[in-house]
Design a protein around this ligand. Structure first.
Ligand SMILES: *Cc1c(COP(=O)(O)O)cnc(C)c1O
Length: 399
């Protein structure tokens, strides 16, 4: 079927909760994707960092096929032979002590909210119903009701209330604001190491280190949402490593399956995850053998194929090359690893979407973030000469 027909069908039958670029993709390999007309594009979004390992990685694909022929779903009413190995390998890799597997990122966030509150009541001694969690302005943690309830994006919240109470918002990147906001009922601080959806907002150097110290001093759990920053995106396995800290709870998702299947996880320790008793949390699909087998392989290729080191090296190169583009409309170029953004000056005609549309015509797929920010986050397997190719196109798009 032709692209225009597919677009019309999609718009007729689907809820319009997205505003996609009009490119209809049907194939992907590594950093490249093809549309139904056979045009080839470099993917500079990586499904919001869910395909860090590249599209249709052959080794993950093989495991996906093989495991799907053996066993896919048992529910957690029974054990399966992939779960324990997934736990062990993931804990070893991330230096965690316990794992709670879920499916989507938002579910991992919901899970961590439950766990932090439970810890607050049972371990910290907060009075029943009083637990408070501190979050940041311009956060993005997903789309469920309790999560959008503490979003500061009006478009995400409008007419969806009433919302879950128990959250307090502070500015991002401001450790003093955290210190002041903590009270005896504060159980956790939930934060992204770099705010992705807000437009690749990088906090001041030392922020996470200070935040770690404050949380330790005040007996507050530090929860890092690494669903986007984690698994190599910023040039480290977890972004927390850039500041040499360890969160009490870490959320991962997206690239945990290399884009094959929704898999997310809460990583923590006995003191927090050990409080959950049978029946207090769960998910029919969470921890299923297909998810676990795919995730094990997705983690394996990330490490064995040196994708994390490649993200660090090629990311620094990409950022440096983008910074060389001189244009009056560019306000800022920033990034860490392969999580990069160009911010346009406010009021640039057409905004970031116009640039994304011209890049699409030249064979690069990017998505604007808000009206003025273009994010560049290709799969972590990208090579230097491919970056050179992309930078030429990006330069032309601005010219
Ligand atoms: C994508 C994302 C989520 C939500 O993940 P879903 O799988 O879409 O529910 C949460 N936090 C961050 C930082 C994300 O980037």
């Amino acid at each position: 079927m032709k692209a225009t027909e597919l677009i019309n069908l999609e718009d007729r039958f689907g809820a319009k909760n997205y505003k996609p670029l009009d490119v209809v993709l049907s194939k992907g390999k590594g950093i490249w994707v093809w549309d139904v007309e056979g045009n080839k594009y470099m993917d500079c979004l990586s499904a919001y960092s869910a395909v860090n390992q590249g599209h249709c990685h052959p080794k993950i694909q093989q495991v996906m096929v093989e495991q799907s022929q053996k066993l896919t779903l048992t529910s957690r009413a029974f054990r399966n032979d992939q779960l324990a190995l997934f736990y062990e390998e993931l804990c070893e890799l991330t230096e965690s002590h316990k794992v709670l597997p879920m499916n989507s990122g938002a579910e991992a966030v919901e899970t961590v909210i439950k766990c932090a509150r439970k810890w607050g009541y049972e371990s910290k001694g907060v009075a029943d119903g009083q637990a408070q969690i501190i979050v940041c302005n311009d956060n993005f943690h997903g789309r469920t009701l309790s999560i959008i309830g503490f979003s500061t994006d009006e478009n995400a919240r409008q007419n969806f209330g009433p919302f879950t109470p128990g959250f307090k918002t502070i500015p991002f990147g401001d450790a003093d604001a955290l210190e002041q906001a903590i009270n005896p009922n504060t159980v956790a601080f939930l934060v992204e190491p770099i705010q992705g959806e807000a437009g690749v907002i990088i906090p001041p150097k030392g922020y996470l280190k200070k935040v770690r110290q404050i949380c330790t001093d005040k007996n507050v759990l530090l929860i890092l949402d690494e669903i986007q920053t984690g698994l190599g995106r910023t040039g480290k396995l977890l972004a927390e490593e850039h500041e040499g800290i360890q969160a009490d709870l870490t959320l991962i998702g997206k690239a945990l399956s290399g884009g094959f299947y929704p898999v997310s996880a809460v990583l923590s320790n006995e003191a927090v995850l050990g409080l959950l008793q049978p029946g207090q949390h769960g998910s029919t699909f969470g921890g299923n053998p297909l998810a676990c087998a795919v995730a094990r392989q997705a983690l394996k290729v990330l490490v064995e194929e040196n994708m994390i080191e490649n993200a660090e090296k090629t990311g620094a190169y990409f950022l440096a090359e983008l910074k060389k583009i001189k244009n009056d409309t560019i306000k800022d170029v920033r990034g860490l690893g392969l999580m990069i953004a160009i911010e346009l000056k406010k009021g640039t005609p057409g905004g970031a979407r116009a640039i994304c549309k011209s890049l699409m015509k030249m064979g690069i797929l990017c998505k604007e973030t808000h009206t003025d920010i273009i994010r560049f986050a290709p799969p972590l397997v990208i090579q230097k000469q491919e970056i050179d190719w992309a930078v030429e196109k990006i330069r032309a798009a601005f010219a």
